[in-house]
Design a protein. Structure first.
Length: 283
């Protein structure tokens, strides 16, 4: 997966504290890919006014011609395919992930990508990356789990109490792109709003009264799936599922929910191995 220097120019439009953006950064860092970051103002979002897709992350990639990639899992699958397969241009690879318009239960129009967990490889490449079919099935299952379940546990946990909501927004404002006045209002009004929104999310996702229990169960389920005889789900090195789960959990660092998770679950050894391997790749 090594690329000649400068052959792929990448710009990531993100909110630093967004779990989906964190997933993409974990993937890019682990693969040693250089990229520029544009921190988006979450209120005005003028940094992404060029795009009809109004969510982050957005990755602008230039591998000969400029290209916009949307959706964290599509970004990861497309770039990973590009790193492995030398047959197709990045443009052609991205065309394998067409957006499909769907309507949510709330009547909101959204775009979905049906095959976003697939790497678009030929038979020979697939054999090399996934020597047995079960490896691919497992990786896809847990990448989907990170998007469909794990990520929904973050907000209810970091905004669980008014005090935790305020601490979380203090962190968001510090790390994000806000003006001074904007930051002040975002911190206090945002904390109040997210405290109440987190209660709605808790109900929507059928979480327990104490949402920490759901978080502990989820991460212990992940550790159990890796088992005692593997360093990572990918074996001796992380696979895309490892990077997704790590990216999602990392956004809680420095918050009470993160410390509680480390103390009350068995995730710490795996998490520390992930930190080490990504740090090593970044050097």
């Amino acid at each position: 997966s090594q690329l000649p220097a400068g052959s792929l120019q990448l710009t990531l439009y993100q909110y630093k504290t967004c779990p989906f953006c964190s997933k993409v950064r974990a993937f890019l860092d682990y693969h040693g890919l250089a990229y520029e970051i544009v921190e988006v103002n979450p209120i005005m979002r003028k940094e992404i006014k060029f795009s009809s897709y109004r969510k982050v992350p957005i990755l602008l990639a230039n591998a000969g011609s400029p290209l916009q990639l949307n959706d964290s899992s599509v970004i990861i699958s497309a770039i990973k395919t590009y790193l492995i397969s030398k047959r197709n241009s990045l443009e052609e690879i991205v065309s394998f992930y067409p957006p499909m318009k769907t309507i949510t239960e709330q009547g909101k129009e959204v775009f979905e990508y049906g095959n976003k967990y697939w790497l678009m490889l030929d038979e020979k490449e697939t054999k090399r990356v996934y020597p047995v079919k079960e490896i691919r099935v497992e990786e896809m299952k847990w990448r989907k789990w990170a998007d469909d379940w794990l990520v929904h546990l973050i907000s209810p946990n970091v905004y669980r109490t008014p005090r935790e909501a305020l601490a979380s927004f203090d962190y968001i404002v510090r790390e994000g792109k806000f003006g001074t006045v904007e930051g002040f209002f975002a911190k206090y009004l945002g904390a109040v709003a997210m405290f109440f929104i987190s209660k709605r999310l808790k109900k929507r996702h059928h979480l327990k009264d104490d949402v920490r229990e759901d978080l502990y169960e989820a991460v212990n389920e992940w550790v159990k799936a890796i088992g005692k005889h593997r360093l990572f789900m990918g074996g001796n090195q992380p696979n895309l599922a490892d990077l997704a789960v790590y990216g999602v959990l990392r956004v809680m660092e420095g918050l009470e929910a993160f410390d509680d998770m480390m103390f009350h679950t068995k995730i710490q050894p795996w998490y520390q191995r992930m930190e080490e391997v990504i740090k090593k790749a970044e050097v």
